[in-house]
Design a binder for this molecule. Structure first.
Ligand code: NAD
Length: 447
């Protein structure tokens, strides 16, 4: 027997590429054998094994994310789908199946379609290597924790939670994923968008001096709303009209505006230490609009004393902007436009004018390439902390108080119903006229 073919009884056995992609070795590797992680990384430099995917949450974004995952380089197959509702699952499968370029990459027979609140568990058990988590964010911590426990690589949409207990759960599972060498992508696609990458790099290198102030906006109008159907149960109604219920959506400051706050956290390499803010529901009133505000304005403070001023609004007919800006000691930048201006100088000092590949595709290309290389990216912690930044902002606008990051992230207030089923009773219920109680600044307790 040659040296090469003799079983090695003393050295750790390097997991095969297939094992690495499967994630099954990840468990065997565990934290106790941390030294073998570098082996796992170096052993899989040219991965070409098939990556089997399960989609959990088959709505608009889940369908888009599945499309992007299936469009990455290398062998990929969608093998299972899960949704709370049959109609959403079937609609998504139909949309994906219509695409000529995906036709050999979809294999979801009847017995790998799962419906209901426990559908995610069945999809995890159906043999995927990677799961896409794209339900509304209230469920993300539960689904992410279960996916990591089952040794799956994960792509999860932002935000990754709607309350502080959920953020803590995601942080713990992201750390577990790191120990297991599992990939975790988070749908904050600006981090994979070339114009942002190039601008942030220059700002971090001091192009406008020390950054004292940033401004971020998501001012627009209401994305969609679903009216109550006759005889519809309360849980079913809140699930279908999820945008307007804080436990499931987070409010639009969390659901949308997280993108802009995340850019500043990324730029600063830090998270706010405290915040104060104001908000309310002035225009978007009525039975269909649940318990969320239609505007929030928050001032965040970072440890270096710099401030991030944030606005988000869902009121038609007003000034609209979805953008991020930085003011430094030597100049300013419109980060979202990839432009840098120096004080006292006319015109742009720099502007990104190169190619602009679709960041939704790039984030999946980066994630899948990292899995195949054996050096998986893990965006779980930054995704969770930017989610917490947005939740901190909401805590301030709902309560009217100044709130410290540490108090916010340690809050024990859980927004989720005690059970997750169509028979469960959400914590927020309509009054006799069908209206929901909104937070009242000065009175509402958030930590
Ligand atoms: N990164 C981005 O730019 C971007 C863009 C849009 C949406 N998103 C995010 O994607 C997520 C989904 O948004 P969407 O627009 O696709 O919403 P959607 O309503 O179209 O889809 C959500 C799907 O999840 C299903 N679902 C709800 N609860 C479930 C549960 N417990 N188990 C299984 N399925 C469940 C719904 O039935 C629905 O099919 C949100 O977190 C949203 O913030 C991100």
């Amino acid at each position: 027997m040659s040296e090469a073919s003799r079983p090695n009884m003393t050295r750790p056995v390097s997991p095969s590429r297939r094992d690495f992609i499967k994630g099954s070795t990840a468990l065997a590797i565990g934290s106790a054998v941390a030294g073998s992680l570098s082996l796992a990384r170096s052993a899989h430099a040219a991965g070409d094994d098939e990556i089997k995917i399960a989609l959990i949450g088959c709505g608009g974004r889940g369908t888009g994310a599945a499309n992007q995952a299936l469009s990455t380089a290398g062998k990929v197959k969608l093998i299972a789908m899960a949704d709370a509702y049959q109609d959403r699952l079937e609609g998504s499968l139909k949309t994906l199946s219509k695409q000529e370029n995906l036709k050999d990459k979809i294999d979801v027979p009847e017995d790998r379609k799962f419906v209901g609140f426990d559908a995610y568990q069945k999809a995890l058990a159906a043999g995927p290597d990677l799961v896409i988590l794209a339900t509304p964010p209230g469920f993300r911590p539960i689904h992410f924790q279960a996916a990591v426990a089952a040794n799956k690589h994960v792509f999860m949409e932002k935000p990754v939670a709607t309350d502080a207990p959920g953020v803590r759960k995601v942080l713990a599972a992201a750390a577990e994923a790191k120990q297991k060498n599992l990939a975790v992508g988070v749908g904050l696609q600006r981090r994979h968008e070339i114009k942002y990458i190039e601008t942030i790099k220059r700002l971090q290198d001091g192009a406008i001096g020390d950054i004292m102030t940033t401004r971020v906006y998501w001012n627009g109008s209401t994305p969609w709303v679903k009216s109550r159907e006759p005889g519809q149960g309360e849980m079913d109604y809140q699930m279908r009209n999820w945008y307007y219920f804080t436990w499931i959506c987070g409010d639009h400051i969390v659901e949308q505006h997280i993108h802009n706050m995340d850019v500043v956290n990324w730029l600063k390499g830090a998270y706010p230490i405290k915040a104060n803010g104001m908000g309310g529901c002035q225009v978007r009133k009525g039975k269909d609009y649940g318990e969320t505000f239609d505007h929030h304005a928050v001032e965040f403070e970072y440890a270096d004393g710099s401030r991030m001023f944030s606005q988000c609004r869902h009121i038609p007919g007003c000034w609209n902007s979805v953008s991020e800006h930085a003011q430094g000691t030597k100049g300013s930048a419109t980060i979202s436009d990839a432009t840098i201006q120096l004080d006292g100088k006319y015109g742009f000092a720099w502007h990104y004018s190169g190619k602009k590949p679709d960041p939704y595709q790039v984030e999946h290309d980066d994630l899948f390439a990292s899995i195949r290389s054996g050096n998986p990216i893990n965006e779980g912690e930054s995704g969770a902390k930017s989610t917490m930044t947005a939740i901190l902002g909401r805590m301030c606008t709902y309560s009217g108080k100044e709130i410290a990051w540490n108090d916010a992230i340690n809050s024990e207030i859980s927004l989720l119903p005690d059970q997750l089923s169509f028979e469960a009773t959400p914590k927020s219920l309509p009054d006799a006229s069908g209206l929901y109680q909104l937070a009242v600044p000065g009175l509402t307790k958030v930590v």
